[in-house]
Design a binder for this molecule. Structure first.
Ligand code: ADP
Length: 460
């Protein structure tokens, strides 16, 4: 507002000056045309006079011999220079008393434009003279106007400006206060939530109903909190697991190693039996640690899904090959009922799911029983099924089997490598693929684990 005010004061004088010169030009043109027109009507003269009064201009028209032929009323009053002494170059005279001197000057320089100082006010005045030829005679048009606005005029504008500035400043203050409150209150709320988060409270919510940038920041912080909370859960799980699942095999390894040292060291048969237990436990530990790291990577999103086209049948055959030793050992009648099909998915991850399904079927099936693996190629999807005739799963346990570390039978012999993580890994992979998956099971009859892949494979 200050800048605008200074500009206003600085520009008002040049603007006014410009405006005056334009007005003088326009009026002199009107008067000139009145003189040239033979058929001048009273109305035209009156309207010219009105323009003169309304525009702070005084006018007089002389003929060649210095007689005033037209002297309309004006609003300049005291300020009009036509009846005041003026000095032009060497000459000092009053136009109305010695019009011929002025006519001489105009003849010398047509149009004549002079700037003189008013003796009545500290104002610059413009004196303008022009010769107009009409009806074979010469006429002299003399106009006079101030070139600067009167002090009262500037005061009036400044007063108006001060009122407007005060109103604008008050409105701006109100709007600024309102905006500052709207911007700062969600930030204060977010700061408080961040303090809680720093103290380990992961239930904080940053979301606010504020401007979109603050909302974006809030959702980023909410995402970060969610991830932190997941990491925290994984950390807790790990600690719980280390103290339970890992501690048991470690105790076994320690006990058997001590037994070999103190008792069976010299008895090859017993020593080998004890060494087998140690090997089995280390194998279990190895699998547990691998599964834990695999699952935590999948859940924290470190591993990304790398899709490509691959032959699902070939992939399932490879899994069967990997597990062929156990199949033979348990004398399982494995029926493979595979349709040919190519799918668009992450081959390694899908193999892992099939591996986990088949190894579970083998784990929880009795020796000499039958397992059927199916791959069905439908128009829009591919369905993979692994059915066993094992113990089945109780309906009340079914919702939990996909959870981490969940085992239906907590005392199930650990030698079968039961970590409780296989299905959780399968679930994480299938969900990352946005697959449908599930299980149907009947206690004592067996279970069928399945998943379905959409056939949105890449044509290239
Ligand atoms: P685990 O390493 O214990 O097999 P999983 O996550 O693979 O862990 O499976 C979780 C639980 O679901 C298992 O402990 C078992 O009780 C049950 N389960 C999984 N597959 C089968 C199956 N084919 N038959 C019977 N029970 C099963």
């Amino acid at each position: 507002m200050l800048l605008l005010g200074s500009l206003l004061v600085m520009l008002i004088k040049p603007y006014y000056r410009n405006d005056r010169i334009k007005t003088i030009d326009a009026i002199s043109a009107t008067m000139g045309s009145l003189l040239l027109n033979d058929d001048v009507r009273r109305n035209d003269i009156e309207s010219a006079a009105r323009t003169i009064i309304g525009n702070n201009v005084c006018v007089i028209i002389y003929n060649e011999s210095g007689e005033s032929i037209y002297y309309p009323p004006d609003s300049l009053g005291q300020l009009c220079m036509l009846d005041k002494q003026i000095s032009v170059g060497e000459e000092v005279f009053t136009i109305k008393n010695e019009p011929l001197k002025m006519i001489e000057l105009i003849k010398h320089e047509n149009p004549l434009s002079l700037t003189i100082n008013s003796p009545y006010a500290d104002l610059e005045m413009l004196l303008y003279g022009k010769q107009v030829k009409a009806n074979l005679a010469n006429y002299y048009l003399i106009l006079n106007t101030p070139l600067e606005p009167a002090e009262s005029y500037i005061d009036f504008i400044l007063n108006q400006y001060i009122y407007i500035a005060a109103i604008v400043i008050i409105i701006a203050l109100i709007v600024a206060l309102f905006l500052a409150k709207r911007i700062s209150s969600p930030i204060v709320k977010m700061k408080n939530e961040a303090n809680k988060l720093a103290q380990g409270d992961y239930d904080v919510r940053f979301k606010t109903n504020s401007f979109s940038e603050i909302n974006d920041l809030a959702s980023t912080l909410d995402d970060a909190t969610e991830k932190l909370s997941k990491v925290n859960e994984l950390r807790k799980d790990l600690v719980a697991n280390v103290s339970h699942d890992i501690k048991t095999p470690l105790t076994m390894i320690q006990a058997y190693a001590e037994m070999i040292k103190d008792i069976s060291g010299n008895d090859p048969k017993k020593r080998n039996e004890h060494l087998d237990v140690i090997l089995q436990e280390t194998e279990y530990l190895n699998k547990l640690v691998t599964d834990m790291s695999e699952l935590s990577k999948l859940q924290s999103g470190v591993i990304e899904i790398r899709r490509g086209n691959f032959d699902l049948k070939e992939c399932a055959d490879n899994v069967v090959l990997l597990l062929s030793k156990i199949i033979t050992e348990k004398n399982i009648n494995l029926v493979l009922d595979f349709d040919d099909c190519v799918v668009y998915a992450d081959e390694i991850k899908i193999s892992q799911v099939i591996y986990n399904f088949l190894s579970n079927a083998l784990k929880y099936s009795d020796a000499d029983s039958k397992i059927i693996m199916r791959i069905r190629n439908y128009e829009d999807k591919v369905r993979v099924e692994v059915s066993d005739n094992g113990n089945g799963i109780a309906p009340e346990a079914l919702p939990y089997i996909w959870d981490r570390y969940y085992k239906v039978d907590k005392n199930f012999n650990r030698s079968v490598n039961s970590t409780g993580l296989g299905l959780a890994i399968a679930k994480a992979i299938l969900e990352a693929h946005k697959c449908r998956y599930g299980v149907t099971s009947k206690l004592g009859e067996g279970s069928t684990f399945w998943f379905e892949l959409d056939k949105d494979y890449d044509e290239e």
